[in-house]
Design a protein. Structure first.
Length: 528
C-alpha cells in the first residue's frame, strides 16, 4: 500500500462525518477517528480574478462568514457572548481576507451595469449621487470601498458611506454595518447593535438580511438562541428567492433546526440554491449523494455536482474531486489529477486542501517526495487550526517519524499541536495529549491532566480514550480509585471493540471488580 494511503484514507463515511460538522450535527465517534482524513466545507471562492483581487476584501469576509457560521453549535461562551467554536471560526475568517467571492463582484457588477456600461463612468455617477445625498448610491459606494471593487480598498470610506446610508434607512447598508459590528472591524465589536441592525434590515424585507438574521437566532448572536425563529427567517429569505436563505433552509431541514428533518426538502432547497449558483449548496448536495445520506448513494450525481461546484471555485469541492480521483471512486484512479485538484484547493486557502497537499509531498505520492514542502503545507493548514493537520504534525514531531517520513523530534512542538487539536475536539489529539501529560513529554508531567483529557475524549465516544479512562479509575491514576466507574468505562470500550478492554471485562466479571461476579458473562466475553 502506498504510504499516502495510510494517512489519506478516503472513505465515504469520512465525508459524511465532516459534512455533519458543516451543518452543525455532532459527528459520532467511529472507526474514522482512527484515521486522519477529515473534510470541512468552505465558502464560495471567486474564480474570476478581477483587477485588485489580491487586496483584502471585507465584503468577501462578510459573505464567507454567513456560510461558515452555520457549521458550529453552541459550546462554552466567550466573554463576548460567542461560543468558543464560533469565535474560532470568526478568527478563521479574518485569515481569509484575500479570498474573493463570485457573489460579491456579481452583485456589484449587476448594480453598476444599471448605471452605466462603463464601470469608471458608473463609479463617477454613483459618487456624485452619493455626495448629493442619494441613499442608495451611498450604500453602493460603501460596499465598493469595502471590497476594493473598481475603487481602491478603503475601510474608512466604506464605513463613512455605509453609515450615511444607514441614517437614511437603507436595509442593505444596515446589514453591512451589522456584520461589521459583529466582526469588530473599523467599528467596535458590538453583538447587540449587530443584531438590532440586522433585525431592522430583515424586517424591511431585505432577503439577505433575513437569511443572516436566521443565523443570529440559530447561534444566539446578540440574542438568545431560538431555532424556531431561525427557521422562520430562513424561510422568509428563501421564499423571496435568495440563495443563502435557500441554503440555510436546506440545512435546517437536514439537522432539524426548528422543524422536523425532511431530506426531500433538503434536496429541494439545495437544488434551488444550486440553480442560483450557490457552490456550497452544490457541494453539500454532492456530499449527500456521495455518502448516501438521506438519499440513495449515487456517485455519478455526486461527481457531477462536485464538478459544477469546483468549476465555480469551491475549494471543498476541489478537495473532494481530489479524493475521488485518488481513490478511483466513480472515476479512474489518477494521481496526477488528484494532485492538481489538491493544489488548486490549497492555493485557494482551504485548510483541508492544504492538509491533503501536504501529505502528497510528505509521502511522495503522485509527486516527488519533499518532506519540507509537505511540512510547510501542513503548517499552513495548522495555522487555520485545521484539527487533522494539528494531529498529524503533533504525531510526527512526537515520534520523529511517520512511515517513510523522518523529521527532527520536537516534543514542545508536538505538545503545542496536540493541545490545539484537542481544544478543537479532535479525539486523536486528545489521545496523544493525554499520553504527553502522563509521561511529561513536552510539558510538566500530570496524571490528573492526562485523566482530564482521556475523560473528555471518552465522553465523546472515543473507544481508546474510554479504555484509558477505565484504567485510570481502575488504578487510581490521576483520579480517585473507583472500580465501579472503571467497569462502566471498560465495558463501553469493550463493546466498541478494544481487545484489551475485553480481557479486562472478563477479569472484572470473574473477580467481581466493579460489578457483580458473573462467570457466565465472563465466559461470554472471553469468546468475543
Amino acid at each position: 500500500m502506498r504510504q499516502l494511503g495510510r494517512f489519506f484514507c478516503f472513505f465515504s463515511s469520512n465525508y459524511a462525518i465532516a459534512r455533519r460538522r458543516l451543518i452543525g450535527v455532532k459527528a459520532p465517534s467511529d472507526g474514522f477517528f482512527r484515521r486522519l482524513h477529515c473534510l470541512r466545507a468552505n465558502e464560495t471562492l471567486d474564480t474570476r480574478r478581477k483587477e485588485g483581487s489580491c487586496m483584502k476584501k471585507l465584503t468577501a469576509l462578510l459573505l464567507c462568514l454567513c456560510f461558515v457560521l452555520l457549521s458550529f453549535g453552541m459550546a462554552e461562551e466567550t466573554e463576548l457572548g460567542l461560543s468558543a467554536e464560533a469565535n474560532s471560526y470568526l478568527q478563521d475568517m479574518e485569515r481569509r481576507f484575500l479570498t474573493d467571492t463570485e457573489e460579491s463582484y456579481r452583485a456589484l457588477d449587476q448594480t453598476l451595469a444599471l448605471i452605466s456600461e462603463d464601470r469608471a463612468e458608473a463609479v463617477q455617477i454613483c459618487t456624485e449621487k452619493a455626495e448629493a445625498g442619494d441613499a442608495e448610491a451611498q450604500s453602493i459606494l460603501g460596499e465598493m470601498y469595502m471590497c476594493g471593487y473598481v475603487v481602491p480598498l478603503d475601510l474608512d470610506k466604506a464605513l463613512e458611506w455605509t453609515q450615511k446610508a444607514v441614517q437614511q434607512d437603507i436595509p442593505r447598508a444596515k446589514s453591512n454595518l451589522a456584520l461589521l459590528c459583529l466582526y469588530g472591524h473599523v467599528v467596535e465589536r458590538d453583538l447587540d447593535k449587530a443584531f438590532a441592525l440586522m433585525c431592522e434590515a430583515a424586517e424591511k424585507g431585505y432577503d439577505y438580511a433575513q437569511a443572516m438574521l436566521g443565523v443570529f437566532y440559530e447561534l444566539g448572536l446578540g440574542t438568545e438562541p431560538d431555532s424556531e425563529k431561525a427557521f422562520e427567517w430562513y424561510t422568509k429569505s428563501a421564499e423571496q428567492g435568495h440563495h443563502l436563505g435557500m441554503l440555510y433552509l436546506g440545512k435546517a431541514y437536514f439537522k432539524g433546526t426548528g422543524v422536523e428533518v425532511d431530506y426531500e426538502k433538503v434536496l429541494f432547497w439545495f437544488t434551488k440554491a444550486a440553480e442560483l449558483g450557490d457552490t456550497t449548496a452544490m457541494c453539500d448536495m454532492a456530499a449527500m449523494y456521495y455518502d448516501g445520506d438521506g438519499v440513495t448513494r449515487d456517485y455519478r450525481k455526486a461527481y457531477g455536482w462536485f464538478v459544477k461546484s469546483a468549476d465555480l471555485g469551491n475549494s471543498e469541492a476541489l478537495a473532494m474531486l481530489c479524493e475521488m480521483y485518488y481513490s478511483g471512486v466513480y472515476v479512474k484512479h489518477d494521481l496526477g489529477k488528484a494532485f492538481e485538484y489538491a493544489l488548486q484547493s490549497a492555493d485557494l486557502g482551504s485548510p483541508h486542501g492544504q492538509f491533503i497537499l501536504g501529505q502528497f509531498y510528505l509521502y511522495g505520492d503522485g509527486v516527488k517526495q519533499d518532506i519540507n514542502e509537505g511540512l510547510r503545507w501542513l503548517d499552513e493548514s495548522a495555522k487555520q487550526d485545521y484539527d487533522y493537520a494539528l494531529y498529524l504534525l503533533g504525531r510526527l514531531y512526537l515520534n520523529g517519524y511517520g512511515g517513510a517520513v523522518a523529521v527532527e523530534r520536537d516534543l514542545d512542538l508536538s505538545f503545542d499541536y496536540s493541545l490545539r487539536g484537542a481544544e478543537k475536539d479532535n479525539t486523536m489529539c486528545m489521545h496523544y495529549l493525554a499520553q504527553m501529560y502522563y509521561y511529561g513529554y513536552g510539558t510538566v508531567k500530570s496524571s490528573a491532566k492526562a485523566f482530564e483529557w482521556s475523560l473528555k475524549g471518552a465522553l465523546q465516544g472515543d473507544e481508546y480514550l474510554q479504555y484509558m479512562t477505565a484504567l485510570a479509575y481502575y488504578n487510581g491514576d490521576g483520579v480517585e480509585h473507583d472500580n465501579k466507574k472503571a467497569f462502566e468505562w471498560m465495558l463501553k470500550a469493550a463493546e466498541n471493540g478494544v481487545e484489551d478492554a475485553k480481557e479486562m471485562v472478563v477479569d472484572m466479571y470473574e473477580n467481581g471488580k466493579g460489578t457483580e461476579k458473573d462467570s457466565a458473562k465472563a465466559e461470554e466475553w472471553r469468546k468475543k
